[in-house]
Ligand binder design. Structure first.
Ligand code: NAG
Ligand code: NAG
Ligand code: NAG
Length: 251
């Protein structure tokens, strides 16, 4: 199951799926860190980055498909409260670039079931079929067709809160709260077929969006953060709810 939808229903279906699956093992190529290591956090920085890179081709042991691109059936970014008065509906999303992420810092508080990580993704590109109808910067905007949104040098903070649970005598961790904050250096939008294919108006609107990317993205950033939080939470839980905690973090 490599595809998932970021709608309330899709998320629910996923959570159920990850709980009905059987226990699994981390692929042997994944390196592990010892909790007793005085440099445990530095060890995690290296090994998490390494694991993300290895997941580029998927991990059948964990029923994880390739992360490159990551396929998401549906993603909805709600209206902002400022210049973006339009709901962006994306379907057939291909998210490229996640496996190029670098982990910058990591802080684990395992006794409190918490993890904090900072990462940077040089090039994160969302390609999808979109449809939207509303207003941006007071200008009417509508259309449906292919699009891409590119986030350059995006710093991401990940705050994970987990709850341990037992299954067949083994302890696992489920991440119940995965909060993401995103700070891209620049965002580029490209929506094809705006205004039923009126290229002159469409080019103009794309130009306005890109010239004002900061205000436009800033207004809907919370929507992107929420969606990425759900995506990352699901990916992390596919590993953590299936591999016993003691086999991920060694004593
Ligand atoms: C991440 O957290 C650090 C430390 O709290 C903060 O300085 C930084 O601005 C945050 N970055 C993002 C992308 O939210
Ligand atoms: C997750 O944590 C954030 C930050 O602490 C909080 O604002 C949010 O309400 C929490 N969400 C859930 C579902 O517990
Ligand atoms: C981005 O979208 C535009 C408009 O659909 C298209 O012309 C361009 O080829 C796309 N770029 C990539 C890299 O997909």
């Amino acid at each position: 199951m490599g595809r998932f939808g970021v709608t309330a229903l899709g998320f629910f279906a996923l959570v159920v799926a990850s709980f009905t699956t059987r226990a699994a093992k981390l692929p042997s190529s994944f390196k592990r860190c010892h909790k007793s290591d005085p440099h445990f956090d530095d060890c995690l920085v290296v090994n998490i980055e390494d694991a993300i890179r290895k997941l580029k081709n998927g991990a059948p042991e964990l029923a994880l498909d390739s992360f490159e691109p990551l396929l998401i059936s549906e993603l909805v970014i709600g209206e902002g409260s400022g210049p973006v008065n339009v709901q962006q509906n994306f379907k057939n999303v291909r998210l490229h670039g996640l496996t190029g992420s670098k982990v910058l810092a990591e802080k684990a508080s395992l006794d409190q079931n918490m993890l904090f990580a900072q990462s940077i993704t040089p090039m994160l590109r969302l390609e999808a079929d979109y449809n939207m109808k509303g207003r941006v910067l007071l200008l009417p905007i509508y259309g449906d067709g292919p699009c891409n949104v590119t986030l350059v040098n995006t710093k991401i903070n990940h705050t994970l809160i987990g709850e341990p649970f037992e299954r067949k005598g083994k302890t696992f961790l489920k991440w119940v709260n995965y909060t993401v904050t995103l700070r891209p250096e620049i965002v580029q939008f490209n929506f094809a077929n705006l205004f039923n294919g009126d290229n002159r108006l469409g080019d103009e609107i794309n130009r306005v969006l890109n010239e004002n990317w900061d205000a436009v993205f800033g207004d809907v950033r919370a929507g992107y953060e929420k969606s990425f939080g759900i995506i990352f939470q699901d990916l992390a839980n596919r590993v953590f709810t299936r591999v016993p905690t003691k086999d991920i973090f060694l004593d």
